[in-house]
Design a protein around this ligand. Structure first.
Ligand code: ADP
Ligand code: ZN
Ligand code: ZN
Length: 841
């Protein structure tokens, strides 16, 4: 019996102690360490999943320690060296440790506790007799089988009338409810394989060519004194041949039966005689649906690549934690730097973790890494099915994969010894998770690097202001690359002022400059990209009679017209209605007037303007599944598309050498957002999309349409002036103070009743102010105020923003709020703590 520390996958502030007996059921033996395995433990009246964190010293305690009910895993799911990292992440983000670990493990692993209805032995008659009328069907089945399955039990328990009966029968001691564990949603996929007895293996090694017939098996049987049936001899012959081909690897049963169907019947006899052995082997599903395009390793590095590597390689050799910020303009060859650093890391026997903001980028990096490292690479991202992701994750856990590439959550990949962690496009907001466990993938990557003494490489053409600040104040080391590969020039950027309209100009989304450039580019047989960071056809639909916008039923948000689908769709909750909706304000059935525009309308206008062009659109509507997404990208690369239209999805990462024109349809949409990062984000988006032009032989050009041509974000993006933007932002953020000069925590309050939510928000703001005063902490409390998106998915949303120069002060207050959240919440309101918030909406 040992005592273990268990973090339960539930909102508990602390881990708990349990006793683990040597004979606890489960695929585990008492001589193995339980750390890193999942266990089933009792808590209150339920059984819950938990994770074993440590073996505790065997001390007297003042309370009764309960026993672990079951060990769930054959092998530990995480290495012990990840625990300090998990603990730190839990403390930093004020999120329960068990739920942090649950987030870190692939979906489909956490078994739920379910209930089964059991009949007490010998109570069949008593139960049936308890019904005054005909017993219901479930009772008849229960009497016959003695128990009901979990699925049926849950159905029966859900029915009011049946529930009453059951409660009564339980009190009379006729029935019991038993907690059990539902099966994991995803399991390792196994296949049956056969192996040959040692004698037969020897035989297969000396086997003559297949051409010489099968007489040898006869001879072998005679020599071994065996008399076998014909089908058995045939089966052996096939197996021996297959063993020869597979060079000793066990033979899948499927393979045998495919070649010789009679094997099915013969196998039991061969097994019984010990000529053949049988085993179950794990199989891996290959997520790379398509063959990957091979990318060559360049023979020579550019001077700048040499230069930055000359700083990275010694850090890798030293095996000490270091974070580099690699600021390199678009097309300067950052990927090659990642690849060389990865080669160095593997050569030292350590692992590599590569994080990208979203699936769009993974495809590009995937190809480079797969070309160079092949089987050592696994992918972890949302484009995979749950089962595929589980497989990939398992390969990393068992050390068979040395390189993991993935989106945000790949950060938790179970690599044993990461020596290099790359975060590509480190500025991207996609690294921040916006619900439940609100972590920032880049920031946790830096932390994980510290825990493993790894080199962290943050790369971007437009680093976040915060990372740049760290790189200039000594926290990170700055590396810069300022020239494109092959000395290609950055494209020239023209700004078109949308606020001034020339007389006689055609209506529509494209001004004369852009119309002309599009037509010319098509004429020359070159590709164009059009960016508008908003999907759908038009963003607001107004009632023709009363002017009211059509809003979502669940959110205080206008519905967007999706013309192709003839639906109005809420972009926040997915609620949709027919496009011929009746006005809820005046009940008019008249027409709706579309206002504003999205990518769908850009596509429509582009088709009108260039009827002969091949046009495609890439946004989350058209790229809902990865296959379609890959097809569009492939077609673009194969030059089967002339004009690609899309949202920010097309702006980053891609390398399309034949794109020579980029048009930004409306550049300043994002500037109107209530977010202190609005200008920074606009600059990043324009710079990224600008970087798509002129990556091949031909020079590129960019046309930016904007209502605010004098805004600094747009000016600096036009001139490719990152440094100026950075300095300007620093100046603005000094007063009123915003990051990097202060740290922020947002407290989000949500609930279905407006008064409760407001009350909770007021309680929290009061509490923060009072606590800060008492602790003499320099914390500024802003709010409470309704969130910019005041109502989403039926929930009212309020927020309180905390600002402080000292992060420790903020953590103290957060902990206080977390520990007292029950007292602070009015009604059913929920409180979420968001440390270093990205999304201010
Ligand atoms: P970034 O990610 O910095 O925008 P990429 O890594 O996509 O730029 O590189 C741009 C292009 O230059 C790619 O096609 C890449 O294969 C190529 N490239 C990178 N390094 C070299 C090199 N040393 N020699 C030749 N071509 C290179
Ligand atoms: Zn109306
Ligand atoms: Zn909605």
């Amino acid at each position: 019996m040992i005592r273990v520390e268990v973090a339960i996958a539930a909102p508990l502030d602390q881990s708990l102690a349990y006793d683990l007996a040597d004979d606890t059921p489960g695929p585990w033996s008492a001589d193995q360490s339980p750390v890193g395995r999942r266990v089933l433990v009792p808590l209150g009246g339920r059984s819950l999943t938990g994770y074993v964190l440590a073996v505790l010293p065997d001390e007297e305690v003042a309370y009764t320690v309960r026993r672990v009910l079951k060990v769930l895993d054959r092998i530990p799911l995480f290495h012990e060296n990840l625990l300090p990292f998990f603990r730190w992440a839990s403390t930093y983000y004020h999120y329960p440790l068990g739920q942090v670990i649950k987030t870190a493990l692939p979906a489909g692993l956490a078994p739920k506790s379910v209930r089964e209805i059991l009949l007490v032995d010998g109570k069949n008659e008593a139960m049936l007799a308890s019904f005054t009328e005909q017993p219901p069907e479930w009772a008849v089945r229960l009497a016959a089988a003695g128990r009901l399955s979990a699925a049926e039990s849950s159905l029966v328990l859900g029915r009011g009338a049946a529930r009453k009966n059951i409660d009564l029968l339980r009190r009379e001691g006729i029935l019991e409810l038993q907690e059990t564990v539902s099966k994991d949603a995803v399991r390792e996929k196994m296949e049956t394989c056969f192996s040959l007895s040692p004698d037969l293996q020897d035989l297969s090694a000396t086997l003559p060519d297949a051409g010489e017939g099968e007489g040898w098996i006869e001879a072998w049987c005679r020599q071994a004194g065996l008399s076998l049936k014909l089908s058995e001899k045939k089966t052996l012959a096939v197996l021996v041949r297959l063993a020869l081909q597979s060079q000793g690897i066990d033979i899948p049963a499927k393979e045998l039966y495919r070649l010789y169907a009679g094997g099915r019947k013969a196998i039991p006899a061969l097994l019984a005689q010990g000529l053949v052995g049988q085993l179950e082997r794990r199989i891996f599903r290959n997520p790379f649906g398509e063959p990957v395009g091979l990318q060559k390793r360049p023979e020579r590095l550019t001077d700048e690549q040499e230069e930055v590597l000359s700083q990275i390689v010694p850090a890798l050799a030293a095996g000490k934690y270091t974070t580099f910020l690699l600021h390199g303009i678009t097309g300067c060859g950052k990927t090659e730097v990642y690849l060389r650093a990865a080669e160095e890391t593997l050569a030292r026997g350590r692992d590599v973790l590569v994080l990208v903001p979203e699936i769009a980028l993974a495809t590009q990096l995937e190809e480079h890494f797969l070309s160079r490292f092949g089987e050592a690479v696994v992918l972890l991202h949302s484009g995979l099915t749950t089962a595929e992701r589980f497989d990939q994750w398992f390969l990393a856990l068992t050390g068979r994969a040395k390189i993991v590439i993935g989106a945000r959550s790949a950060l938790f990949a179970p690599l044993k010894d990461p020596g290099l962690i790359v975060v590509d496009e480190e500025h991207d907001a996609g690294f921040k998770q916006d619900d439940s466990f609100r972590y920032h993938g880049r920031d946790l990557a830096v932390l994980r690097g510290r825990c493993h003494e790894a080199v962290v490489l943050l790369g971007s053409a437009t680093p976040s202001v915060t990372s740049s600040y760290h790189a200039r104040t000594g926290k990170y080391t700055l590396l810069q690359m300022t020239r494109r590969v092959g000395e290609r020039a950055l494209p020239s950027v023209t700004i078109v002022d949308l606020s001034r309209k020339k007389s006689g100009e055609a209506k529509g989304l494209f001004r004369q400059e852009l119309r002309q450039a599009l037509a010319e580019n098509l004429e020359k047989g070159q590709q164009s990209v059009l960016l508008l960071n908003r999907r759908g056809f038009s963003s607001v639909m107004l009632c023709q009679d009363c002017g009211a916008p059509v809003e979502c039923l669940h959110c205080r948000v206008s519905l967007t017209l999706h013309k192709a689908r003839k639906r109005l769709i809420c972009h926040y909750c997915g609620y949709t209605v027919d496009h011929r909706v009746i006005c809820s304000n005046c009940h008019s059935t008249g027409l709706l007037v579309p206002v504003g525009f999205g990518t769908e309308r850009v596509e429509e206008e582009a088709r009108l303007l260039l009827p002969e062009a091949r046009i495609a659109r890439l946004d989350s509507d058209t790229a809902a599944d990865r296959r379609t997404f890959l097809q569009i990208l492939k077609a673009m690369r194969a030059r089967q598309i002339d004009v690609l239209i899309g949202t920010q999805m097309i702006a980053k990462g891609h390398h399309f050498p034949h794109v020579t024109l980029v048009g930004v349809v409306w550049a300043d949409g994002g500037l109107n957002m209530p977010d202190f990062r609005a200008a920074e984000k606009t600059f990043q988006l324009i710079t990224q999309v600008t970087g798509r032009a002129g990556r091949g032989e031909e020079l590129g050009r960019v046309i930016i349409q904007t209502m605010r041509p004098d805004h600094y974000a747009i000016r600096f993006a036009q001139q490719h002036q990152y440094e100026e933007l950075y300095q300007h932002e620093l100046q603005i953020r000094r007063s009123p103070a915003f990051p990097p000069f202060v740290r922020l925590v947002a407290l989000h309050i949500q609930g279905e009743r407006e008064a409760d939510v407001r009350g909770t928000a007021e309680n929290i703001a009061d509490c923060c102010r009072r606590e800060a005063r008492q602790r003499k902490a320099a914390i500024e409390t802003l709010g409470p105020a309704p969130a910019p998106l005041e109502r989403l998915k039926r929930n009212y949303r309020w927020q309180v923003l905390l600002k402080a120069a000292n992060l420790d002060d903020l953590h103290l207050i957060c902990r206080y709020v977390q520990e007292n959240r029950q007292g602070l919440a009015v009604g059913a309101s929920r409180i979420a703590i968001d440390v270093d918030p990205e999304n201010m909406m």
